[in-house]
Design a protein around this ligand. Structure first.
Ligand code: TYM
Length: 329
């Protein structure tokens, strides 16, 4: 049966291979069978300071990357979070249902706030807004990487809490986390997540990196001192990470990769991985350029937002009725 699927990505810098493998690839897969809502979550991005020109550029860029990666706006709703104001309104309501202690336990908040003198309150209540994003469409499935699992658990708790307090209303959503590739690691440190906010660009592959940069970054990626291409995340985190990337971008299994490179050293494996990535990203980059120069994006985003607003407005009206807000007229 067709399910409702929702997910979002922040426009807070260049998207990485981690975003692609952990999230976007699954968006493309799920849209074939399900009713999908894919947002660019600009309201989340501003929980840390954003330069206005960069925010605008990154917002368009993420939307264009969605389409370039294969999201089809004829069957999926693609839009900006801020174009559907009901997200912010339900976000506030969710904030009132969330306990301070729940937010204090969020590892993403701890990571992003640690060592900072001043932390915006938006960063703290970020997970309540994320819960609203999901619940406002009564989404069944939320495709995300592993780092979002804790936020999903809070969302499930908030849905249950609302239903318990005000009567059965929200669908309790399930995370959809890939088995391989749910946590793509940094190229310079196999114990850290690949992240667009890492100040060292050599630590990640950006989806818009030119082919030669991709090849160079892979050839320079840290590997352990052994020589065998085997999947063993506990003892060989770096090579295991590169194998996951290889598997996700080539369609081969980890075992097939291990067999292919048996008895060989890392050099040949890395060289081939560079080519696998170029073959994956070059067509995407070409489509991206076409979409950016076509001028079609603003209509696509307007249509996506209009459809999303229709659904969101209905849910919000139901929420308000359940909670006892006085109706207008
Ligand atoms: P964001 O923008 O940090 O990341 C977008 C998606 O990419 C996944 N991801 C990764 N997956 C595997 N390996 C990695 N190294 C990696 N880095 C990032 C993330 O898990 C995510 O799925 N809070 C969300 C945005 C959001 C959202 C939502 C998601 C807002 N509202 C509602 C789902 C539903 C975030 O910061 O993602």
């Amino acid at each position: 049966m067709a399910k409702k699927v929702l997910s979002g990505i922040q426009p807070s810098g260049s998207l990485t291979l981690g975003n692609y493998i952990g999230a976007i690839k699954n968006f493309v897969k799920l849209q074939e069978e399900h009713e999908c809502y894919f947002m660019v979550v600009d309201l989340h991005a501003i929980t840390v300071s954003q330069d206005p020109a960069a925010l605008r550029e990154n917002s368009e860029s993420v939307a264009a990357l969605y389409l370039a990666a294969g999201i089809n706006p004829q069957i999926s709703n693609v839009y900006m979070q801020s174009h559907v104001p009901q997200h912010a309104e339900l976000g506030w309501i969710m904030t009132t249902l969330t306990a301070m202690g729940e937010l204090e336990r969020m590892t993403q908040f701890k990571d992003k706030s640690s060592g900072k003198d001043s932390v915006g309150a938006g960063l703290f209540v970020y997970p309540s807004l994320m819960a609203a994003d999901i619940l406002i469409y009564n989404a069944d499935l939320v495709p995300v990487g592993e780092d979002q699992k804790q936020h999903l658990e809070l969302t499930r708790d908030l849905a249950g809490r609302f239903n318990h307090r005000f009567g059965e209303f929200f669908t309790v959503p399930e995370p959809y986390i890939p088995e391989v590739g749910a946590r793509i690691m940094s190229l310079d440190d196999g114990t850290k997540k690949m992240s667009k906010s890492n100040p060292n660009p050599g630590s990640y592959i950006a989806l818009l990196d030119p082919p030669d940069v991709i090849r160079k970054k892979i050839s320079r990626a840290t590997t352990d001192s052994g020589r065998e291409v085997i999947f063993d995340p506990a003892n060989k985190p770096e090579i295991s990470n590169l194998m996951s990337i290889y598997a996700e971008c080539s369609g081969m299994t980890l075992q097939q990769i291990a067999d292919r490179y048996e008895g060989q050293m890392y050099g040949g494996f890395k060289k081939d991985l560079g080519e696998v990535l170029v073959a994956t990203l070059e067509p995407l980059q070409q489509k991206y350029q076409e979409i950016r120069s076509s001028g079609a994006l603003s209509d696509i985003l307007a249509e996506g937002a209009e459809r999303a607003r229709g659904v969101a407005a209905q849910t919000l009206a139901g929420v308000k009725e359940k909670m006892g807000f006085l109706p207008l007229r």
